[in-house]
Design a protein around this ligand. Structure first.
Ligand code: FES
Length: 556
């Protein structure tokens, strides 16, 4: 526990209430009184008479049960210490509210409850929330979020405080922190009243615990003129010229480009490569979803720090393990494929599903091309990918999770679902903008078929074809999906990275299940969330380090 001082601001209002006489109050004593229905701890110390809330800000225990030493009262439950003159917290996280004391000529002691005016309350609480985020004081975050919701603050403005803190501090660009906060913010709709605090605080907590202590990263000045274009942006990202890419993007935002204009910039760069196992496409989706909720005026904070992630992301398609797939992909005319009409009656005859679930890394390309030519459209292809990756998740043998020599596990497998969901989002942005199916959408969909196929690598220790037993399936998909998302908000995991995967997978599964009318993505996610998972990676890292330093190389 560390020391912090931030006394509550004084703003007295209401009626003075006579609560005691000086004769009632022994030197160095604490006494509880009630004023306007509020329990107040009246303090007589060497410096005079003081009044503070009797509820300790930590967990609400009565401060009159604590100990007074000079002007410091200690809550004996967990040893937080408060200065009674101004409420400052000397050990612990949060100041205690003070109230006005008046002693009249006859020794009558009156207390006036300090109630901040409504117009000043929210700014004060937001300042307190910012301090709590900076220090990763989750208790104070939770209390301030509940107070702010009660005061009328919106969930979006509360989450913005964490995003504004975390995005610039992320070491190599933001990732699961802001992405998970986005999903958490969307999940607020599943809660009512004070309960809305749960997803908000989960989102904030992920950012606070990850970025604590880091310095904000500088951004370049916005570029201007003809250099501000989608192609210049794409070239800068491709060449890993981070500052140039950020300057171009900031220039576009400054000249007034909106989400609809800039979404294709991101779709283009996240479909150029199979980027970081699909994270590039997922994070870009989340960035624009977040801005839709917190306001486009925040884009100059959210988007440039995502560019860092995309510039430094792993271009998986350049790695040996993707070579067979990329050779096949090189022979595909993406423009032509994008031009095929979609046939609403198209249904996979099992060929595409078998290619994704099979053992041939090249097979998904030909099967996808045939499907698109047959009228599948991007949505039809992605429907099959979602089915395939859900099957993968359902038959994952969790024994393999704890075999350290293989670094592939649950978190990798769930990407199949969230990547397909993100690819659908990117496709629909272009469709909704009137552009229709783009070569970028085709390429991204093809990458999702690859990932769906590749995640079968875990099945070397699984009896392929077995399907894990799952809990009984709810007949109401919306109820099932909402419940899974609420489960993801509970502390069922210890590591933030695993929590973030539960959050994003449950949300993607809920939306994909509603689209397809199948519970399969939900079954798969329920299996993932209920199954044992590797959450700390220390032992696994040690095992692999020993292997590496003894000359063994990673399998591809
Ligand atoms: S309740 Fe007071 S320190 Fe915990």
């Amino acid at each position: 526990m560390t020391s912090t001082e931030h006394a509550t601001p004084e703003r007295h209002s209401g009626e003075a209430t006579l609560v005691a006489t000086l004769d009632d109050l022994a030197e160095n004593s604490l006494r509880m009184v009630t004023v306007d229905g509020r329990r107040v701890c009246l303090v007589r110390s060497g410096s005079g008479i003081h009044a503070i809330d009797n509820a300790c800000p930590h967990q609400g225990y009565g401060l009159t049960q604590g100990a007074l030493d000079g002007d410091v009262v200690t809550c004996e439950w967990h040893n937080w210490k408060f200065r009674v003159t101004d409420g400052a917290c000397l050990v612990g996280e949060e100041a205690v509210q003070t109230h006005l004391v008046d002693v009249d000529d006859r020794g009558g002691v009156s207390v006036t409850i300090n109630r901040p005016a409504p117009e000043t309350l929210i700014p004060q609480l937001l300042a307190s929330l910012r301090r709590a985020i900076e220090r990763d004081y989750i208790g104070q975050v939770a209390r301030d979020v509940v107070r702010l919701l009660k005061a009328g603050a919106t969930p979006a403005e509360l989450m913005w405080e964490a995003v504004a803190y975390g995005a610039p501090r992320s070491e190599y660009g933001w990732g699961h922190t802001i992405a998970s906060a986005t999903d958490c913010l969307a999940m607020v709709a599943l809660y009512e009243g004070d309960q809305r605090a749960l997803p908000i605080v989960q989102g904030i907590a992920g950012i606070a615990e990850t970025e604590r202590g880091r310095q904000p990263r500088e951004l370049p000045d916005p570029a201007s003129g003809v250099s501000v274009s989608m192609s210049a942006f794409g070239d800068a990202v491709e060449d890993e010229r981070l500052s140039d890419a950020q300057a171009i993007l900031l220039g576009a935002i400054e000249r007034g480009d909106c989400a609809k204009q800039l979404t294709p910039w991101f779709t283009s760069i996240v479909s150029n490569h199979h980027l970081s196992y699909g994270h590039g496409a997922i994070y870009s989706q989340k960035a624009f979803e977040l801005l839709e909720m917190i306001g486009w005026e925040r884009s100059a904070t959210v988007l440039p720090h995502l560019v860092t992630t995309l510039v430094y992301g792993t271009r998986e398609d350049k790695l040996p393990y993707m070579r067979p797939f990329m050779k096949e992909l090189a022979g595909v005319d993406l423009d032509q494929l994008a031009s095929y009409e979609c046939d609403p009656s198209w249904a996979d005859d099992g060929t595409l599903l078998a290619a994704i679930l099979g053992n041939d890394r090249r097979a998904p390309v030909a099967a996808t091309v045939a499907a698109v030519r047959g009228g599948a459209g991007i949505d039809g292809v992605l429907d099959v990918v979602v089915q395939a990756v859900s099957e993968r998740m359902l038959r994952y043998d969790v024994e393999g999770e704890f075999e350290f020599e293989d670094d592939f596990g649950w978190l990798g497998i769930t990407h199949g679902l969230t990547y397909a969901h993100a690819a659908r989002w990117h496709h629909h942005q272009a469709v909704d903008a009137g552009v229709g199916t783009t070569p970028e959408a085709v390429r991204l969909a093809l990458f999702t078929t690859f990932l769906g196929q590749w995640t079968g690598r875990h099945e070397w220790h699984t009896k392929v074809g077995d399907r894990a037993e799952v809990a009984p399936i709810a007949s109401d998909l919306e109820t099932f999906g909402n419940e899974l998302q609420r489960q993801a908000q509970l502390d069922g995991t210890t590591a933030f990275i695993v929590h973030a995967h539960a959050v994003k997978t449950s949300r993607a599964a809920a939306l994909e299940a509603l689209r397809s009318g199948s519970s399969l993505p939900l079954d798969a996610t329920a299996h993932f969330m209920a199954a044992p998972k590797l959450e700390r990676f220390v032992a696994a890292t040690v095992v692999r380090s020993i292997e590496f330093l003894n000359g063994r190389t990673q399998r591809d």
